[in-house]
Ligand binder design. Structure first.
Ligand code: ZN
Length: 350
């Protein structure tokens, strides 16, 4: 090739090369352009391989210009390369940008178990009346569970068919009620005593819609000077109105418990039919809620209290029964089946 042909080939290498680089639409296109302008078959390479045919002076002159063209082409490639990288980076930021204004996945919050709510509600009512909460062991001594509470030696509750004993001696058992907590409170403190004792209790009952072999009980005890049956009734009336409704009456029916004398069962006027009879009250018009009575004298004596000076009353109820009544639950076993469909029905129920 003549020097003028090589010269125009070099010009073409530059203008064509720059055009090819400018035409690349993406990184891959730029890679193809790079091969086309700097590769072994590119115009620039052909100019370079023809240089050896030229004389010394022309070779130096055209070689210098060829180097300049190569530098310009490489510069253009690098610039485009940088532009593509910057664009890709910015795309990635856009794609992966965290939009903090979008609504998130809301986690499902758990709630308190309906029995826990009922127990807290009852404890709250008595706290408002000045009672404090007392606690005691679930594995209890028979002496506190039965003897101190005036159960005679033949009482059927003491039988192994009724009570879970621990070991062979008959001296240790799973408490059958929370009453031993009251005995422990009286044993360790002087009147006035105003306590509520919520806790788990155990009986060898056959499971059915109204019986469990482990259940939550709440008992209350008040011992002070001059306490009468009227105080008991007034306290329970206030409690029932707070729990079931402002205008519901209660009534006391005579009953027997070893630890109270006289003893009674308390009914509340049916909060569904208000006395006319319905399914909830089994057509009675009244619903049995709890057992109660005046603290039996032998218990006060056991505690070392002055029986001439102090009298008291006590009451006890089952949390499952009250919760079932309050929420229309037909079978108290539902409270222990941990079926979320059942438990979620109580979300937000105070
Ligand atoms: Zn009714």
């Amino acid at each position: 090739m003549s020097i003028s042909e090589l010269s125009s080939l070099l010009k073409e290498a530059e203008t064509g090369g720059l055009a090819a680089i400018a035409a690349a639409r993406d990184q891959a296109g730029l890679g193809r352009a790079r091969a086309a302008v700097l590769g072994r078959k590119a115009p620039l390479a052909r100019v370079r391989s023809a240089l050896s045919d030229l004389d010394e002076e022309q070779r130096r002159e055209l070689g210098r210009r060829a180097n300049e063209v190569r530098t310009r082409l490489e510069g253009a490639l690098e610039q485009r390369e940088r532009a593509f990288r910057a664009a890709e980076e910015s795309n990635r930021w856009q794609r992966e940008r965290l939009d903090v204004t979008l609504p998130g996945d809301e986690p499902r919050l758990g709630g308190l178990h309906p029995l826990t709510k009922t127990i807290w509600e009852i404890v709250d009512i008595f706290s408002g009346l000045g009672y404090r909460v007392a606690d005691g062991p679930e594995v209890e001594l028979t002496s506190y569970n039965f003897d101190a509470l005036n159960f005679d030696a033949q009482h059927p509750s003491r039988s192994e068919q009724e009570t879970y004993y621990i070991g062979e001696t008959g001296e240790v058992l799973l408490r059958t009620h929370t009453s031993p907590v009251q005995m422990r409170v009286m044993e360790s403190s002087e009147p006035p005593v105003y306590v509520v004792c919520p806790g788990r209790t155990y009986r060898r009952d056959v499971l059915d819609p109204t019986h469990l072999n482990s259940f939550a009980q709440i008992e209350g005890l008040a011992v002070d000077e001059g306490i009468t049956m009227a105080d008991l009734k007034g306290t329970l009336q206030a409690f029932a109105r707070e729990l079931f409704g402002r205008d519901l009456d209660i009534r006391l029916r005579p009953h027997f418990f070893p630890f109270t004398e006289p003893s009674a069962e308390m009914d509340v006027l049916c909060f569904v039919c208000r006395g006319s009879g319905c399914r909830v009250c089994k057509q009675e018009g009244w619903i049995e809620i709890l057992g109660c009575g005046m603290v039996n004298v032998p218990l006060l004596e056991w505690a070392g209290y002055d029986i001439e000076r102090y009298t008291g009353f006590a009451f006890g109820l089952g949390a499952e029964r009250v919760a079932a009544l309050a929420h229309g639950v037909p079978d108290i076993r539902y409270f222990y089946e941990n079926d979320l469909r059942f438990l979620r029905a109580f979300e937000g129920v105070a």
